[in-house]
Write a protein that binds this ligand. Structure first.
Ligand SMILES: O=C(CO)[C@@H](O)[C@H](O)[C@H](O)COP(=O)(O)O
Ligand SMILES: [Fe+2]
Length: 189
């Protein structure tokens, strides 16, 4: 009936949560995600870098319960585009989420199913509220790992398919040494 409460240590420097399940996403796992396909291919063939790691403490998929996870998103670019997470809607689309930035700098791209997009900058201490129904992707715009904690309903799930197919309507690129959020030329509604 009652589950056992627990506390775990989250290392703010490395993002590692003790006893968490670790997931690693390499650039080769992200075929079709970046705008510059040639630059993606070259970088995969050259070194296939780790783009991000996730340390998750997850419960059974029941409503009312909570999961939490840190993400360590490495600095880098594919062409002009900064490294990002795949991005997803929640499988139960109305499930909201809270992100809390711990280290480095970056931001979150959010998008409604109709393609209305928003970019929110994140520095250590920024808390982002992801409302129900918004897809979300984080982007590392700095030159050190961007680390954040996410807290989300245990039954939220992930729907990666829509974003994998259509992407986000905005992209985050470096132009003349500046971070620029612009329209994605490949975006189709
Ligand atoms: O939003 C959540 C959970 O709902 C985060 O924990 C991400 O799962 C993580 O930042 C990796 O990003 P994705 O590969 O899942 O898009
Ligand atoms: Fe999420």
């Amino acid at each position: 009936m009652y589950k056992e409460p627990f506390g775990v240590k989250l290392d703010f420097e490395t993002g590692i949560i003790e006893n968490a399940k670790k997931l690693v996403r390499k650039l080769s796992d992200m075929k079709g995600y970046f705008l510059d396909e040639q630059a993606w291919k070259e970088l995969v063939e050259k070194e296939d870098p780790v783009v991000y790691e996730v340390y998750a403490i997850e419960q059974e998929e029941k409503d009312g319960d909570l999961n939490f996870a840190t993400t360590v998103l490495y600095p880098g670019k594919v062409g002009k585009e900064f490294f990002f997470t795949k991005g997803h809607y929640h499988a139960k689309a109305d499930r909201a989420e809270i992100y809390f930035a711990l280290k480095g700098r970056g931001g979150m791209l959010l998008q409604t199913p109709e393609g209305k997009a928003k970019f929110i900058e994140m520095v250590p201490g920024t808390v982002v509220y992801v409302p129900p129904y918004w897809a979300h992707r984080t982007v590392n715009t700095g030159n050190e790992p961007f680390i954040f904690l996410a807290v989300y309903p245990a039954d939220a799930g992930h729907d990666y398919g829509t974003i994998k197919e259509k992407g986000f309507s905005k992209i985050v690129v470096e132009e003349d040494g500046k971070v620029v959020v612009k329209d994605n030329p490949k975006w189709k509604e």
